[in-house]
Design a binder for this molecule. Structure first.
Ligand code: C5P
Length: 223
């Protein structure tokens, strides 16, 4: 089985302070997004790689074998644009969405997520998530703690996220794309059933400069 992947890489990277698109920031000798492209190339169940890029900057995304698509105003708009490009070639059944900001994703996690959704007809999506190790509290008015949440019921959501294409399309059409922080939330909002697959602790997201140092440390250690 081979399914398409959509790597969203159209963010501005303001929090990283790189002065340009985050996806092009150098990490261990290559642009950040290239590490994700590499992992998807090595995954057994991926047959095409689409990358959503900042508008007007496709020429800077030179990894071989990728299809670039113009990203949108928010992450979910970028996903919508990418999905439109993918389905223009026909309905592939499943699609994997991944943030370029998670360069340490493993081919094994990608394959396990694809196989996991393909073999569970009761699910509309299967998303990578990590157990929450900190205690999480919800703040009320004026920043005072209102509630301590039950940690055993919480997970921190990551990517890759695998979707049934028809369900993701429906969720995007109905959803508030400006407010969504992940696509699975859009699927949940239209009543879709979303499962989780545990991701290894190394699948970090590069958001601030310290994350880049940490990711470089992991990548250089694994060479
Ligand atoms: O900003 P944040 O770190 O949440 O972005 C998550 C991912 O979504 C990043 O890989 C970023 O490049 C991507 N993104 C996008 N289009 C946007 C905003 C973010 O593809 N308009």
């Amino acid at each position: 089985m081979g399914v398409p992947a959509l790597i969203v890489a159209a963010g501005s990277g303001q929090r990283l302070g790189a002065g340009g698109p985050k996806a092009l920031v150098e990490l261990a000798g290559r642009p950040l997004y290239a590490w994700s492209v590499d992992a998807f190339r090595r995954a057994t169940h991926i047959d095409r790689i689409f990358v959503a890029v900042p508008p007007g900057q496709a020429g800077l995304f030179t990894e071989p074998g990728i299809v670039t698509v113009e990203g949108g105003e928010t992450r979910s708009h970028s996903v919508a644009n990418g999905l439109a490009a993918i389905t223009a070639e026909g309905d592939p059944g499943l699609v994997v969405v991944h943030d370029a900001a998670r360069p340490l994703v493993s081919p094994a996690l990608i394959d396990a997520a694809v196989i996991g959704l393909d073999s569970d007809s009761g699910l509309h999506a299967l998303i990578a998530a990590a157990p929450v190790t900190d205690t999480v509290k919800r703040l009320g008015e004026e920043g005072v703690v209102a509630e301590t949440l039950d940690r055993s019921q919480l997970v921190a959501v990551q990517t890759p996220q695998v979707f049934r294409v028809e369900m993701l399309q429906r969720a995007i059409e109905a959803g508030d794309l400006a407010a969504a922080t992940d696509d699975a939330a859009l699927v949940e909002a239209v009543g879709g059933s979303v499962g989780v697959i545990e991701s290894p602790s190394g699948n970090i997201k590069v958001t601030v400069p310290g994350d880049l140092e940490l990711a470089a440390h992991f990548l250089e250690g694994s060479r």
